[in-house]
Design a protein around this ligand. Structure first.
Ligand SMILES: [Zn+2]
Length: 228
């Protein structure tokens, strides 16, 4: 599906299919999480990658409508399942295995609005026995992140200069609109460029010393190749 193709052709940038945009949105918000931990010097209890995943979801829930969130969770489920099928377990990895990261996201998404999201969560594989724990964990996540996100809110009517489109960002296509959304919602102490460059792997990074986010060209290539 290339629903944005017409619009994007006008700007001569690659078309972004929706599943690709969903993945990139959550990737961007995860990296923003690292930037927030770094710039606010927040203590991170537990593994930072897991905390960044939780931050990404908490931010997404404040940026997107219920319909958009349904799309994002559904799209990322498909992709994470595909990744999990071929993934080798690594005891030393900083990330939870893809299948577990996905389950955690579905669990926390469900737990925030159990009545509205129950059917979708069950359709995406959440076992009924997990429902109560997910509701409790979602409340804990919100209690942890709500004060941080509230403190980061820009003054009314002000769009912050938190994320800047940097080198190669013309390749991000529609994600640039999500970057503007982030700037309306959070004001980082210092601006962070979002750049696109070769990394040698399909990934994304936040570099603390330079305070910049990099989306790897290999990730765009992989997602562009997979997204239809
Ligand atoms: Zn990370």
């Amino acid at each position: 599906m290339r629903g944005l193709a017409l619009l994007l052709l006008v700007f001569a940038v690659p078309a972004l299919a929706d599943p690709m945009r969903s993945e990139l949105r959550m990737t961007l918000y995860h990296e923003v999480g690292h930037a927030v931990f770094d710039q606010l010097e927040l203590p991170v209890y537990g593994v930072e990658e897991t905390a960044a995943d939780a931050f990404a979801l908490a931010l997404a829930l404040r940026l997107h409508s219920e319909a958009e969130m349904t799309q994002i969770v559904t799209d990322t489920t498909e992709r994470y399942r595909a990744e999990a099928a071929t993934e080798l377990f690594d005891n030393w990895a900083q990330y939870m295995p893809s299948g577990q990261r996905l389950a955690r996201a579905i669990c926390l998404f469900y737990g925030g609005k159990p009545v509205q999201r129950g059917d979708l969560a069950r359709a995406l594989g959440m076992p009924p026995d997990e429902a109560e724990r997910c509701r409790s964990d979602a409340a804990d996540m919100d209690a942890a992140w709500a004060p941080v996100l509230d403190d980061l809110a820009p003054a009314p009517g002000v769009r912050a200069d938190s994320l800047r489109l940097g080198r190669g960002s013309h390749r991000l296509g529609a994600l640039s609109r999500d970057i503007k959304r982030v700037n309306r919602r959070i004001a980082l102490p210092r601006p962070v460029p979002v750049e696109v460059e070769d990394c040698g792997e399909p990934n994304a990074f936040y570099y603390g010393e330079a305070e910049r986010i990099v989306i790897c060209t290999e990730l765009l290539d992989v997602l562009g190749g997979d997204a239809h």
